[in-house]
Structures are given as structure tokens and as C-alpha cells.
Design a protein around this ligand. Structure first.
Ligand SMILES: Cc1ncc(COP(=O)(O)O)c(C=O)c1O
Length: 385
């Protein structure tokens, strides 16, 4: 008999939020419309115009930016954007800077492009600007000039932290001084619990030396494989001209057309409001359970949005052992190692995702996890006398 596993591991949206009646209705409308066949043809390289127009309007409204359609292109999800930017802007053998910890698949994508990764320390408030500058100066002094800073400024994966506006401004100063391109992966921006999110790097830098990436994966559905890239007109044109976009006929034109119809009907805004309150409630359940059950020497972050809480375990508790024992008890969590360029840096960390588990599962899962943490403490070796 198979036991139900409590899923506190994957950073996926709750499956029950995916096929809403509004999305199903739009899908059927698009398929049944008399010109459905035209949306199944190769699309334009920059992407489906109706979706570009919707996104430009949404970003202008929400971020007070003056954006033109030429500043935005449609991509097949954030991962596609990161891959394309690594291909176009990182030199093979060169260095890309990432946060420590960072999104595990970004590490994977950059490594596919044969770049060296150098990680910059974070604290509970995100990337530390002085550490960034220290690393760049050190690299420059040995003749190494990093090309890209990849950062997740809002509701960070895996830590849940959000970078303050003051830090963003300081990071822009550093990036501009040392000729670094900032790639902000902003896939969780819409999932703020309280509404207000600091201005994006793109807004604060007036677009200079910044690409901003958005995605429908965390709100609408990851299976749509749809996102967007914002940059200066020249930078977007450079991306539109790359081989895969020229050859590929734009990113997912059929899906982009369908999502544009869905968004124009006002359904996206309503859906996002529902998601915010759903994930806020789950996050609060998780935080209350952590306070109730965790040993006093275990620490955790308090996210203001997104999917994740980051745990710092006591020195004598190892994440892999906790993960193994927790799974035996039916709870799936992510050990910290995979989120670091130097895996050893995450041996005392766990990532908890509250997005896919029901409130009662979150509570039960964290209670079990707390017991496992106590059980897995490694006692110091007795002194040999
Ligand atoms: C920071 C970050 N970027 C990108 C992605 C993946 O986005 P997409 O599905 O749009 O490729 C994730 C998903 O976990 C993520 O956490």
C-alpha cells in the first residue's frame, strides 16, 4: 500500500489552481474560433503582439515605467530567457556571478554554457552589495572580468528573501561601475502577500544594463511554457535576432495567443488575487508550525511572498540526513546543498515549499520534520582519554 507523501519539496504551483474554469473557457474559445489555424502558424520572432501589448500595459501600470512594445519579447518561460542570455552575453570560460544560494536550474543552465560560477553571499535581506563589490575587485585583480550578475530579487528561490530598494540601487551602481549586466529573474513578483514589491532593477536603472525576466509559470501554469523578457530596445533586438528566435518563429505563438485572450478578459488579475491569499495563508500555517514545533536552535526566514521558507539547521544537524529520515516518515523536503555553487555551503540548510501542500499537511509535515531534526543531531566524539 503506498503512503501519501507530504510534498514540501517542489516549488510548483498547487495543481488545483491550474485548470480554472476561465482558462478552460478561453482554451475552447481559441480552438473553436474560425481563425484558429492562423495562430498555429509560425509566429513573429519577438512574439505574439497581443500578448506583448498586454504585458507592456501591465508592467507600465504596476511599475510606473514608460515601456514600449520594443522593450519586451515573449519567451518560453524564464529558463529559456536565462539560457538565451547566457548564450548571448556570457563568454565561454568567463565568469557569471550568482547568489549563494540560488535557483538550482540556473546553476545547471549556466554550467551548460561552460561558464565559471562565482557566488556572492546573502543574508536574510538578500544579496550583500559590499560582498558583491569585494568579489568583483578580487576577480578583476586576477584579470577576470565577470559578465553577468544573475539575481532573484523578489521572494527568492530558495530563501524567500526580498532585496530592499536601497540594496538594489547600490548593486546597480556597482554593476554600472564594473560593466556587469544584471539579469533579474522576477518570476515570483506577482505573488506578493501584501501587494507592495520594491521597484525592479530594470525600473531603478532606467533599463541600462538590465534584463528583467517574468513568467506565467508560477501564476497561470508552468506547462504553458510562457514568459517575457524586458530590456532596452537595442538589447531586445539583439535577442530577437539570435538564431533560435529567427529559426523558431517566436516562442509558443499558439499558447501566447490563448494567454493574451485570457489576460485581456481580466481573468489574470482575479486569479492572481486568489493565489496571493492562498499562498499567504499556507505560508502563515507553515510559520506558525515552525514556531510551535522547531527546536530553538533552528532558524528560518519569513517570506513576504512566493513559495519558500529557508531553514538554517543547528551545526550538529546535517540536511541530507534530515531529508533521508524525513522521507522515511513520509515528508519530502529539499536539502540545501543543491542550491549552492559550492554544495558544502548548504549542508545545514533545508528549503521548505508550502505551495503544493494542504494546510493540515504543512502542519503535520513540519511537526515530523522537527522530530527528525532532534533525532538526527550528531553527538560530539567522546574524548579519548
Ligand atoms: C527563480 C526561478 N526562476 C525560474 C524558474 C522556472 O521558471 P519557468 O518555468 O518560467 O522556466 C523557477 C522555478 O522554480 C524559479 O524559482
Amino acid at each position: 500500500m503506498s503512503r501519501n507523501i507530504i510534498p514540501l519539496s517542489l516549488g510548483h504551483p498547487d495543481p488545483e489552481t491550474l485548470l480554472t474554469p476561465e482558462l478552460r473557457k478561453t482554451m475552447l474559445q481559441v480552438i473553436n474560433s474560425p481563425d484558429a489555424h492562423t495562430t498555429l502558424q509560425y509566429g513573429t520572432e519577438q512574439g505574439t503582439r497581443s500578448l506583448i501589448d498586454f504585458l507592456v500595459g501591465k508592467i507600465q501600470r504596476e511599475q510606473g515605467l514608460s515601456l514600449q512594445p520594443a522593450n519586451l519579447m515573449v519567451i518560453a518561460g524564464s529558463t529559456h530567457g536565462v539560457d538565451m542570455l547566457a548564450r548571448l552575453y556570457a563568454r565561454p570560460g568567463g565568469v557569471v556571478l550568482v547568489e549563494a544560494p540560488t535557483y538550482v536550474d540556473a546553476i545547471h543552465v549556466f554550467r551548460d554554457h561552460h561558464v565559471e560560477l562565482c557566488s556572492i553571499p546573502m543574508d536574510e535581506n538578500g544579496l550583500i552589495p559590499s560582498e558583491l563589490e569585494k568579489q568583483i575587485v578580487q576577480l578583476h585583480s586576477s584579470g577576470v572580468f565577470p559578465s553577468i550578475l544573475y539575481t532573484i530579487p523578489n521572494f527568492h528561490n530558495p530563501t524567500g528573501s526580498t532585496l530592499s530598494e536601497a540594496r538594489r540601487i547600490e548593486i546597480i551602481r556597482i554593476a554600472q561601475h564594473y560593466g556587469l549586466l544584471i539579469v533579474e529573474d522576477d518570476v515570483y513578483r506577482d505573488l506578493s502577500f501584501e501587494g507592495a514589491v520594491p521597484a525592479s532593477f530594470y525600473a531603478l536603472a532606467d533599463g541600462q544594463q538590465v534584463f528583467s525576466i517574468g513568467s506565467f509559470s508560477k501564476t497561470l501554469a508552468p506547462g504553458l511554457r510562457l514568459g517575457w523578457l524586458v530590456g532596452t530596445e537595442e538589447a531586445i533586438q539583439h535577442c530577437v535576432n539570435c538564431g533560435t528566435m529567427q529559426m523558431g518563429g517566436g516562442a509558443n505563438p499558439f499558447v501566447a495567443h490563448m494567454v493574451a485572450e485570457y489576460c485581456q478578459s481580466g481573468s489574470l488579475e482575479k486569479h492572481i488575487l486568489r493565489l496571493r491569499s492562498l499562498y499567504k495563508m499556507r505560508c502563515n500555517v507553515a510559520l506558525a508550525a515552525l514556531s510551535q514545533y522547531m527546536p530553538s536552535d533552528t532558524k528560518w526566514t519569513c517570506p513576504a511572498g512566493g513559495f519558500f521558507i529557508w531553514l538554517s539547521l543547528p551545526e550538529n544537524v546535517f540536511a541530507q540526513e534530515v531529508k533521508r529520515l524525513a522521507l522515511q516518515e513520509g515528508v519530502l523536503v529539499s536539502a540545501g546543498e543543491g542550491f549552492f555553487v559550492n554544495p558544502g555551503d548548504g549542508k545545514h540548510n533545508l528549503r521548505l515549499a508550502y505551495s503544493c501542500a494542504k494546510p493540515e499537511e504543512i502542519k503535520a509535515g513540519i511537526r515530523i520534520l522537527a522530530q527528525v531534526i532532534e533525532k538526527s543531531r550528531v553527538e560530539p566524539n567522546p574524548r579519548i582519554s
